[in-house]
Design a binder for this molecule. Structure first.
Ligand code: GLU
Length: 429
């Protein structure tokens, strides 16, 4: 799990802007980091370092653009030469990348034969050299990027930066990329919470789409290269939700936020819960799916439903769900639980369930996430950004929703509300 952050906009101290963007993504874990900033006359500042981002600041570089990456090494050791951004032979095309290019070795050998010089051990480095190679045949960037999307295998999020032309190209397959915009400029990140300090207006890229940023303008293309309208959504994050706010660390902050989260659910979700309960009532065969703590919430959900609503719902670990998809049909309901809405095993299970025409009712914390977009109906967990990798308030929120759903099905919603209010005061204060 690593981080990407990019900026193009008004002149500012870009190196430190990107550094703080990367810092806000560091909860995802990383072993090294790197930043590229464009300077005057097509010169650039490149800083790549092994280890954590330290407290001190980088030298101020007033510029209009740059990008950075926190790396979680998959190919090549944790060494400075393997940190991103990577570049082509001419140091004109730069790239940051999350994921794994499964066929990189074959591509690398072909490129080496054609004379490209590699300076790292990563799979990522094939990307700028591939662009460099394809540019010998055409100058049409969009065509080149489409070609690269076809050539690489695996789950990836990629941002290219063309130094001379000040252009960014971004695309993804499964790993998320989100773009945000405000009066100062355009921001790209691998996680929406990193944008909360700058804007609430965001767009989550779909697989295969290509996003271009040039001269502070955005354009979006579908996988065939046809222009598309960007439908921005307004994120429900507040800046203060993403900051420590006096707490020592995010885990304790998020534990303390549990009562507030439960209160919001109890007070505001009756209508949404009733709609969801109707879906459950009218389905024949329902399945909770989740990974890690979301699976434990699912298991607890099965007990709530049998004890309170006298209804059996299956619970499956998302990575094992493919063994059950043969039972799915149009009348089945799949209920995926995922805080981020990006859990790969959950997403791939949902895609299989959709092929079987089963209905999807998602419980997720992130508006606009892949799961949110794929689901027929959704319940937003309303827990606010959860930065600690360990699940706390989003787990409690899942239990709150499942408990109330079971009570709605049993016709005892009020009792459920009262009990949760009591639990909130007994256990959480
Ligand atoms: N596979 C790439 C590398 O090892 C990217 C890893 C990541 O997602 O951070 O550099």
């Amino acid at each position: 799990m690593c981080g990407i952050f990019a900026y193009q906009g008004g002149k500012t101290d870009v190196a430190n802007l990107i550094l703080s963007g990367l810092k806000s993504l560091e909860y995802r874990g990383y072993d090294s980091w790197g930043i590229l900033v464009k300077k005057n006359n097509n010169a650039f500042y490149l800083k790549r370092q092994v280890g954590k981002i330290k407290k001190e600041k980088l030298p101020p570089i007033f510029s209009t653009e740059g990008f950075g990456h926190t790396r979680w090494a998959t190919h090549g050791g944790v060494l400075e030469k393997n940190t991103h951004p990577h570049f082509d032979c001419q140091k004109q095309i730069f790239v940051v990348h999350n994921g794994i290019i499964e066929n990189f070795n074959q591509l690398k050998q072909e490129l080496i034969k054609k004379g490209h010089i590699f300076t790292s051990e990563t799979d990522t480095e094939v990307l700028p050299h591939l662009v460099e190679e394809l540019r010998k045949k055409t100058n049409d960037r969009l065509k080149i990027i489409k070609e690269i999307i076809k050539k690489i295998q695996g789950l990836n999020a990629v941002i290219f930066y063309f130094l001379n032309d000040s252009e960014f190209y971004a695309f993804k397959n499964s790993s998320p990329i989100v773009v945000g915009k405000n009066h100062d400029g355009i921001f790209l990140a691998s996680d929406a919470s990193a944008l909360a300090s700058y804007t609430n207006k965001v767009y989550f890229l779909d697989d295969g789409e290509i996003l271009v940023i040039k001269e502070k303008n955005l354009s979006l293309f579908d996988k065939n290269g046809k222009p598309k309208k960007i439908n921005f959504i307004n994120l429900n994050y507040k800046v203060e939700d993403t900051l420590l706010g006096g707490y020592k660390h995010f885990m304790i902050k998020e534990i303390n936020e549990q009562p507030k989260v439960l209160k919001t659910i109890v007070d505001t979700q009756e209508q949404n819960l009733k709609k969801a309960a109707n879906l459950i009532k009218n389905s024949y065969g329902s399945y909770f799916i989740g990974c890690g703590s979301a699976y434990y919430a699912s298991l607890t959900g099965t007990y709530f439903f049998s004890k309170i609503a006298k209804r059996h719902i299956n619970a499956a670990v998302a990575s094992e769900f493919s063994y059950l998809v043969d039972f799915l049909k149009e009348t089945s309901l799949v209920i995926p639980l995922s805080q981020s809405g990006e859990t790969i095993d959950v997403i791939s299970s949902i895609k299989k369930a959709k092929e079987k025409k089963a209905k999807i009712l998602a419980l997720t914390n992130v508006l606009g996430s892949t799961l949110y977009r794929l689901a027929d109906e959704k319940l937003l967990l309303l827990a606010g950004p959860e930065k600690c990798v360990l699940s706390t308030k989003s787990f409690t929120a899942k239990l709150g929703f499942l408990y109330l759903l079971a009570h709605i099905l049993n016709g005892t919603f009020k009792k459920g509300q009262e009990n949760l209010k009591k639990a909130k005061s007994i256990f959480l204060f």
